[in-house]
Design a protein around this ligand. Sequence first.
Ligand code: HEC
Length: 125
Amino acid sequence: MNKLNSTLILALGVFVSSAVVQAQAQTPASPAKGDPAAGRQKAVAICSGCHGIPGTKTAFPEVYSVPKIGNQNEAYIVAALRGYRSGERFNSTMKALASSLTEKEILDIAAYYAQSGAQSGALGK
Ligand code: HEC
């Protein structure tokens, strides 16, 4: 093998390995991220009946103000829903609802509500 060929092979090797390193660097370290579009559908269908109306109070089992969750911090919503599900937070309504959601639905819904302008997931938005 002459000198030019081996230099070319070496250069090619360096090129290929740096391309691999770059490709790895671009792959996100993937903390699970919610999909706001998917979350919106669930939020409108399930949550907006209570959380979508400013000043809403539940009438059962007692009169209770429903907190506003539109524009709430994403991690806070995820933590709250997991908390209701595990019993760390207690509210019978939210426990039932949070328990019916999959982990992905929780992430999606939180991503949706955390968007600016998501308001409270009001119907028709
Ligand atoms: C039947 C009415 C009702 C529905 C439907 C409902 N919620 Fe709630 N939600 C409540 C009430 C009441 C509370 C306050 C409970 C408490 O004090 O812990 C609450 C609390 C929360 C909280 C905590 C807010 C805070 O400021 O700490 C989050 C987050 C939440 N709900 C998300 C959701 C999501 C997401 C959905 C749809 C999957 C949903 N809720 C559907 C009534 C409802």
